[in-house]
Design a protein around this ligand. Structure first.
Ligand SMILES: Cc1ncc(COP(=O)(O)O)c(C=O)c1O
Length: 414
């Protein structure tokens, strides 16, 4: 089907939830994607942080084939080894004790919110004074279901669906005094993305994270760290919170966890896990043998190929190159990030749009978030030569940005 036919058919058949780029992807290999005319694209977005091992990675393809020939689904009424094998790996890499497996990021975050509320209920039953309120941060993004949008800051994602889950207060990002002022025994959980993705690549300060930990410890409230975009090695550690000396009560993983197969995971401490008992929470597809087998293969490949160290090293290289561009082009107001989660902030949303479009025209894929931030979430397999290609293209575009004309329609929604 041609791109034009696809666009016409989709516009009649699918709900109008995404503004797609006018590109039809037909296959991928390594860090490249191909369209129907066999043009290749350097992928610096990995399907919004999902395809960590690029495309057609032999370990992932083998795990998919093996598991498809054996067993795809059992339901959670029966045992299979995949859940335990995966949980062993996830508890080891996160430092937490127990795992709930599900199918997406927002589902993992919903499980986290429900567990925090149930935990507070359990503490109340034990005679403690603790409420039901969540504190969340400005510019946060936690997903699209009702609890997740309630803790997501951007009003466009939340307002049309009011009333969403009540009892959420937003705190300015990294404002320690505001966090202290908002905290009380009413709070059952503090919700934090350690490295905000959709909000424009904003790293949490050590002071805010430590303060949140101390405040939670003072009442029995829980520290919920969302690692759905920043986790699974992207920043050079398995979880971004491991750059600090902080252990959360709950964390969530998804996106790259099974390198392209839908999966989510919520992990918690032994103490917190007491709040769930059989029947309180569940999901039909969660922990199915297929997704577990692929996630196990993805984790093992990340370890075998030493990709955490690679991500840290390549990230430093990428950031240094981008900072070099910043010294040449005053329109770049900031370069920030950790490992392979990088944002380039530009002075103006229109310029950001044009630079982004210029990169897409050069068949280098990235996206624009928070209006003015170019976001890079490349597969963990990128090499210096790919960084050099992207930086050279950016350099050329920044030099000529005044002459650019928009050629790609629309801005893709998440
Ligand atoms: C930090 C964070 N949390 C939660 C989500 C929601 O994940 P999903 O889209 O898989 O539901 C996302 C997705 O972008 C995210 O970046």
């Amino acid at each position: 089907m041609s791109l034009q036919d696809l666009q016409a058919a989709e516009s009649k058949l699918l709900l109008n939830t995404y503004a797609r780029y006018p590109i039809q992807i037909t296959r991928g290999e390594g860090v490249f994607l191909y369209d129907e005319n066999n043009n290749h694209y350097l992928d610096l977005l990995s399907g919004i942080g999902v395809s960590a091992l690029g495309y057609n990675h032999p370990a992932i393809t083998a795990a998919i084939t093996r598991q498809a020939e054996t067993l795809l689904h059992t339901s959670n009424l029966f045992f299979h080894t995949g859940t335990t094998e995966l949980a062993l790996r996830l508890t080891e890499i996160t430092g937490l004790d127990r795992v709930f497996l599900c199918n997406s990021g927002t589902e993992a975050w919903e499980a986290a919110l429900k567990l925090a509320r149930a935990h507070a209920g359990m503490l109340r039953a034990e005679g403690k004074n603790i409420g039901t309120k969540f504190l969340a941060l400005e510019h946060s993004f936690h997903g699209r279901t009702m609890g997740s949008v309630a803790t997501t800051h951007k009003s466009a994602y939340r307002e049309p669906f009011q009333p969403v889950m009540p009892d959420v207060q937003f705190i300015p990002h990294n404002d320690v005094a505001a966090l202290r002022a908002a905290f009380s025994s009413d709070v059952c959980g503090i919700a934090i993305e350690v490295l905000q993705g959709e909000g424009g690549i904003n790293f949490i300060s050590e002071e805010l994270l430590q303060t949140a930990r101390e405040l939670c410890d003072s009442t029995g409230a829980l520290l919920l760290l969302d690692e759905i975009q920043s986790g699974m090695g992207r920043t050079g550690k398995w979880c971004a919170y491991q750059h600090f000396e902080v252990r959360p009560d709950i964390t969530t993983l998804a996106k790259p966890l099974a390198a392209g197969i839908p999966i989510g995971a919520m992990l918690c401490t032994e103490e917190v896990s007491r709040a769930f008992s059989p029947g309180m929470h569940g999901t039909t597809f969660g922990g199915n043998p297929f997704a577990c087998a692929v996630a196990i293969a993805a984790i093992d490949a990340i370890k075998q190929e030493k990709l955490l160290a690679h991500n840290a090293e390549l990230g430093d290289y990428f950031v240094a190159k981008l900072k070099g561009l910043q010294t040449k082009h005053s329109v770049i107001t900031d370069v920030r990030g950790k490992g392979l989660m990088i944002g380039v902030e530009l002075a103006d949303a229109e310029i950001a749009k044009q630079i982004h479009q210029g990169m897409m025209d050069r068949r280098i894929l990235l996206n624009r978030t928070h209006e003015t931030v170019l976001r890079f979430l490349p597969p963990y397999l990128i090499q210096r030569e790919h960084v050099d290609e992207a930086v050279a293209a950016l350099d050329e575009l920044f030099t000529t940005h005044g002459k650019l004309t928009p050629s790609l329609a629309g801005e893709a929604a998440l």
